[in-house]
Design a protein around this ligand. Structure first.
Ligand SMILES: Nc1nc2c(ncn2[C@@H]2O[C@H](COP(=O)(O)OP(=O)(O)O)[C@@H](O)[C@H]2O)c(=O)[nH]1
Ligand SMILES: [Mg+2]
Length: 355
């Protein structure tokens, strides 16, 4: 072997500076890779890159702690680009025509140069019932519209958890340049209340019935509604829809004027035949013009932020509690003691909380 010094050997002699161990170099590299990828996410999202938007939402929806940490960084960085949209919640019983309406309404908006994101809160979608994914067949045109983004409901065990993810996805969509956010929810349980806590305008879709329209409607939902749209006002249903409109109008006038100063409206539409959609959008724009000029718009968004702060704390405390080691066994034991009449719920709870 040639042991004479060569250029090659000389080069070999230029080693890492003593101050940088290969170990710390690895750490630096790793951190840089991490940092870059969050930054890359942000820079891509704010240019409207849909693939990065989808991936960021997937991170938001993930239960993996590392993913959540990354999602949170992306979310905070996206905040300055968010908030510049109008957020509309759409609710109504299954079959009322929400998906059909969103297709027609969404197309109406994109035709005017709007960028529309459709998100959903559907607690049943985890078992694949009523999922917006299945509904994509009713949104055939919107799905292929490059100015529209449709994201199915995240799955999750708790409605609150699902709603939080949807709320965070709103921020990401806004940062990606979507100026109109539609949040669909199936009219079950508490989901309307949660959607109400994340949108500016709340639209209730109804059907004209046979004279008993006002029965079976949860009072709370009517109270929350900024507008009621009686859908399927076409064909033989047209006349009934008109009657229902009068009745709902009368019902709405029984409520005191909202803090927004907005008098809720009742309109009729046919989502399927694209009738009345333009009037609905005009009405919604009137709402935004009123609430932006009287400051209610900002006030409500601030209140919603406060609500989410507190509910996130609540959620986290609960999660932490139920994730404690030994909790399950201790809980079972307390329940069995309760059944035997050996303790009270309050004493049992106290012991469990101090576990
Ligand atoms: N006649 C009529 N049918 C409609 C209208 N809107 C929706 N539908 C029909 O009602 C059914 C349920 O609609 P869908 O949008 O899936 O309702 P969702 O469960 O609320 O999302 C479908 O068969 C639609 O074609 C409408 O304005 N008029
Ligand atoms: Mg649907």
């Amino acid at each position: 072997m040639d042991k004479k010094p060569t250029a090659l050997q000389e080069k070999k002699g230029v080693s890492q500076p003593k101050t940088t161990s290969s170990f710390s170099a690895e750490i630096i590299k790793k951190n840089r890779a991490k940092k870059n990828s969050v930054e890359e996410f942000i820079s891509k999202i704010i240019t409207g890159n849909i693939s990065f938007l989808s991936r960021a939402i997937t991170l938001v929806e993930s239960t993996n702690a590392k993913h959540q940490e990354k999602a949170n960084k992306i979310l905070e960085a996206c905040l300055p680009y968010a908030n510049k949209s109008i957020r509309i919640g759409i609710t109504g019983v299954p079959g009322v025509g929400k998906s059909t309406f969103i297709e027609a309404f969404g197309k109406h908006l994109t035709a005017q140069g709007k960028k529309v994101a459709v998100l959903a809160i559907d607690p049943s979608s985890s078992v694949n019932k009523g999922s917006i994914l299945g509904d994509k067949t009713r949104m055939e045109q919107l799905v292929t519209d490059k100015n529209a983004f449709i994201r199915p409901s995240p799955s999750g065990t708790s409605l609150g958890g699902v709603a939080q993810k949807t709320r965070e996805s709103i921020i990401l969509c806004e940062a990606a340049g979507f100026d109109t956010i539609l949040v669909e929810t199936v009219g079950v349980g508490q989901s309307e209340t949660l959607v109400h806590s994340m949108v500016d305008f709340f639209l209730l879709l109804k059907l004209a019935g046979a004279g008993d329209e006002l029965q079976g409607i949860k009072r709370g939902i009517i109270e929350m509604a900024d507008a009621i749209v009686i859908n399927k006002a076409d064909g033989e249903n047209k006349k009934n829809a008109k009657i229902a409109k009068v009745e709902f109008n009368r019902a709405l006038h029984l409520y005191p004027l909202k803090e927004s100063n907005w008098q809720p409206k009742v309109l009729t539409a046919s989502a399927l035949r694209n009738i009345g959609i333009d009037k609905i959008y005009e009405m919604i724009l009137q709402y935004f013009s009123l609430t932006k000029s009287n400051q209610y718009f900002n006030k409500k968004r601030n209140e919603q932020n406060k609500f989410w702060l507190l509910s996130t704390i609540e959620q986290q405390l609960k999660t932490n509690f139920f994730n404690r080691p030994n909790l399950k066994t201790a809980l079972e034991k307390e329940i069995s003691n309760l059944e035997k009449g050996e303790t009270t719920p309050f004493n049992a709870a106290k012991r469990l909380l101090n576990l």
